[in-house]
Design a protein around this ligand. Structure first.
Ligand code: ADP
Ligand code: MG
Length: 701
């Protein structure tokens, strides 16, 4: 009975209805009352405190100021109008900006009135602005104690347009919590709760959303962080235990014609020491009789794909098929192109299967896979569809780990009686200790050496006033025949503003680099897939020299002729994202450049991020710094690092809780590996429910 209340579809919640329900599902992956409750506030604001305008340093965090409206103005052409209200407090001035509902805002604003203004400052045109703030006229009545700590929820432009801003979401959460049927079932054993002095789950859920006091908020956070980390650790501990028993794996004893031909006649360069070492590690796995489950880490361009290809040839020498799965269509195509090129002249049958493959061809491919005439299949998620069956699948490569979840990997395993060997490749550097904690079920190999002759990318941090120099530099490089990326941030939180920023930037760039001498492509997330692909293609085919984009190009796009990466508002990117972006250049033998653009107003953290990028190109060093810098519950940081989708815990800041969670989990599995003892029923049940739900996978890809 209790669970059925939490499993009630969200559209039955008062104030939701079918269309909002649809949006909640699409934007936040919330389908039920219970899932709504797991959208934890990512921040809390103390309503009794005000910021001084002159103290604003950091973007991307909510603040509250008390200031008077001194000037109201509508700016821009008809369809790109914005309303700007300048407000002042004792310390300075700042602009409030609206792009939508201008008329309504204009009616609401009273010149000279003092307001409590609540919002998130961002830098726009070199100045601090607060887009779409929330405004309130100060009253003399004191705020009730229970409302002093105000929860801030993640929202999106679409949700906001339906009245579901952070406040609207808070209202929905409250409706669920206040319902008399609301009960949150416990999922830890009394023993654990007592031993770690945790509060119970129900109390934790109430206080994480509407804290009765700072102390209770802290307790609620600790309890929920523990719970989150504990279940990850419990699953890993169980897998580790299972792995000691080992799965039977295919034996690949032969190194034959394919490998030898390729190695001696097709490879135009010597393998690096690191590549040789990794291939030895892989070969040891393949000969062991056990199934391989290996994570291959290495910076972009370090030669992971080549290692994967050689392993596929070993599989082929042993009469097994292989497949390679990439996170996007573009990447899959690129792999297909590279691999078929490298294999020219060898009799290896390679096919590409993606969502875009026409049904006639799809059918042909399915047949070829089943009768064994196709040796190697490259593709996207399409590979794990039910009807894709192999005759003898022996080896699976998954590129860019963070886009695929454990659940999807498991699905691949089901394809054969004996599970194929699996190699997961990632260019997201993960410190070793962390990798062990997160991927306890995988062995790891590292390529820590770049192919010779590669020149490290020269990185410079340039301030806005020197933009002219940057444009001159770009022009020079284009005239030398090179191509250039210009990347803008696009963050869900301030979508409208960012999109505007991107379009403005694009306009500026085409003015600076006009036709017919120059041509510019643009790609962003709001474009149709087809449009995106065709713009991308124009750049790949060198029909355009500049690609203006949001971070959609982050993963794996390979254009060796591109030698300059300009990152706009670089202070707004996380370190690992900057590193990934920089990895897009420096793929050819010529010197490449990465230019980080920013204004002068920078937070201490942003400065550190940018100076780290300028100082080093070592992915592991960058990853370590990134982990140290990321703040608690910094959603963006967690998403960007792509390491893991945690709802509340932070693997760095909550290291202590993580250790407890790990210890408790291994102790329990040590005594009861299968979680079959009566007292562990509650744990086994919850683990099972989590496996069933796998709630997050939809969001990842
Ligand atoms: P990754 O998959 O790690 O990003 P790739 O395997 O795509 O790296 O390799 C990047 C580029 O470097 C490719 O053009 C590849 O042919 C080349 N390459 C790989 N290994 C070597 C090597 N040992 N020496 C020279 N070039 C190499
Ligand atoms: Mg690659």
């Amino acid at each position: 009975m209790t669970t059925s209340f939490l499993e009630t579809p969200i559209e039955y919640l008062k104030g939701v209805g079918p269309s909002k329900a649809d949006l909640l599902k699409k934007e936040l992956n919330v389908r039920t009352f219970g899932e709504l409750l797991t959208c934890f506030p990512f921040r809390y604001v103390d309503r009794s405190k005000f910021y001084l305008i002159s103290d604003i340093r950091d973007d991307n965090s909510f603040i509250q100021i008390k200031a008077r409206v001194i000037h109201i103005q509508t700016i821009g052409a008809l369809h790109h109008q914005r309303l700007v209200a300048t407000v002042r407090d004792s310390s300075g001035e700042i602009d409030l900006v609206w792009f939508q509902g201008l008329k309504w805002v204009l009616d609401m604003l009273t010149p000279q009135q003092e307001y409590i203004i609540f919002g998130k400052p961002v830098i726009f045109n070199g100045r601090w602005n607060i887009p779409h703030p929330e405004m309130e006229i100060p009253t003399t009545q004191p705020v009730p104690l229970s409302e002093i700590i105000r929860p801030i929820y993640n929202s999106t432009e679409k949700l906001k347009s339906k009245g579901l801003d952070y406040k609207g979401i808070g209202r929905l959460v409250k409706t669920v919590l206040l319902n008399e049927k609301f009960v949150m079932p416990e999922n830890l054993t009394p023993e654990i709760i007592e031993r770690l002095r945790l509060i119970n789950r129900q109390e934790a859920f109430v206080n994480i959303h509407f804290p009765q006091s700072p102390e209770l908020l802290k307790k609620a956070q600790t309890r929920l962080k523990f719970e989150e980390l504990f279940y990850i650790q419990l699953r890993l501990a169980k897998q580790r235990y299972g792995r000691l028993l080992k799965h039977e794996g295919h034996q690949f004893p032969v190194v034959g014609e394919y490998v030898n031909q390729f190695y001696h006649h097709h490879l135009t360069f010597e393998l690096t020491k690191a590549q040789k070492r990794v291939i030895r590690e892989i070969r040891a796995d393949l000969g062991s009789g056990n199934q391989m489950n290996r994570l291959l880490q290495g910076d972009v361009g370090s030669g992971k794909t080549l290692v994967a290809l050689m392993t596929m040839l070993i599989a082929l020498d042993n009469k097994f098929q292989s497949c390679l799965m990439a996170p996007t269509e573009i990447l899959a195509r690129q792999h297909y192109h590279t691999i078929t090129t490298m294999l020219t002249g060898l009799h290896v049958v390679v096919k590409l299967l993606t969502g875009a493959t026409k049904s006639a061809e799809r059918k042909e491919i399915q047949e070829g896979l089943q009768n064994g005439t196709i040796h190697l299949l490259i593709g996207t998620h399409a590979l794990i569809e039910e009807n894709v069956k192999f005759q003898h699948l022996g080896f699976v490569v998954i590129d860019e780990q963070h886009r695929f979840g454990v659940a999807q990997r498991a699905k691949l395993w089901e394809k054969n009686v004996i599970t194929p060997h699996i190699l997961v490749m990632t260019a997201t550097p993960i410190p070793r200790t962390l990798a062990m904690t997160l991927y306890g079920d995988l062995d790891t190999s590292v390529i820590d050496e770049m192919p010779p002759g590669r020149k490290p990318v020269v990185t410079k941090h340039i301030y806005e006033p020197d933009r002219g120099k940057v444009f001159r530099f770009i022009r020079e490089k284009i005239l030398e025949g090179r191509q250039v990326y210009i990347v803008f941030p696009l963050i869900q939180e301030s979508e409208t503003l960012d999109l505007k920023n991107l379009i403005d930037g694009y306009q500026g760039i085409i003015k600076e680099f006009p036709l017919p001498q120059f041509s510019v492509s643009m790609v962003h997330g709001k474009m149709k897939q087809q449009e995106k692909e065709s713009e991308m293609k124009r750049f790949l085919e060198r029909k355009t020299q500049i690609l203006v984009a949001t971070t959609v190009i982050e993963v794996g796009v390979d254009v060796p002729n591109a030698s300059v990466m300009v990152i706009e508002n670089a202070e707004r990117f996380g370190l690992s994202q900057l590193h990934q972006l920089r990895g897009r250049v420096g793929r050819g033998s010529d010197q490449s450049f990465c230019i980080l653009m920013s204004g002068y107003e920078l937070s201490a953290e942003a400065k550190k991020r940018l100076s780290t990028m300028v100082r080093t190109t070592d992915g592991f060093e960058i990853a370590e710094t990134d982990l140290q810098l990321r703040g608690p519950g910094d959603l963006q940081g967690t998403q960007q690092s792509g390491i893991m989708e945690l709802r509340i815990a932070d693997i760095v800041k909550d290291e202590k809780i993580l250790k407890y969670a790990r210890n408790v989990a291994s102790e329990i599995i040590g005594k009861d590996p299968g979680l079959v003892k009566k007292e562990n029923d509650i744990l086994a049940l919850h683990l099972l429910n989590m496996d069933k739900k796998q709630q997050n996978w939809g969001l990842i890809s």
